[in-house]
Design a protein. Structure first.
Length: 88
């Protein structure tokens, strides 16, 4: 069974690393338009908020399946955000 604390840490680290990558891109490209990069940061923060709400749900019948679904959504969203970062 997935540990709730570990899942929260994974969400924090993965999305934090994506945001950090965007900030590094902004530092290395000061003349570039920052609109697309700011949208990626906003998407990452919204994803973080949504996943944390789901992790903290109390009325769940099967915690293992619930945490597995949250982890899969984290992976899917992280891949999408990374693709956006790579396209900057």
């Amino acid at each position: 069974m997935a540990n709730k604390r570990d899942l929260k840490k994974d969400i924090n680290y993965v999305l934090g690393d994506i945001i950090e990558a965007v900030y590094l891109w902004q530092v290395h490209n000061p003349e570039a338009d920052k609109k697309a990069s700011e949208e990626i940061i906003t998407d990452a923060i919204n994803t973080f908020d949504n996943l944390m709400v789901r992790v903290n749900e109390r009325k769940v019948e099967n915690y293992s399946a619930h945490f597995k679904a949250v982890r899969e959504d984290l992976e899917k969203n992280a891949i999408e955000l990374i693709e956006k970062v790579n396209s900057l």
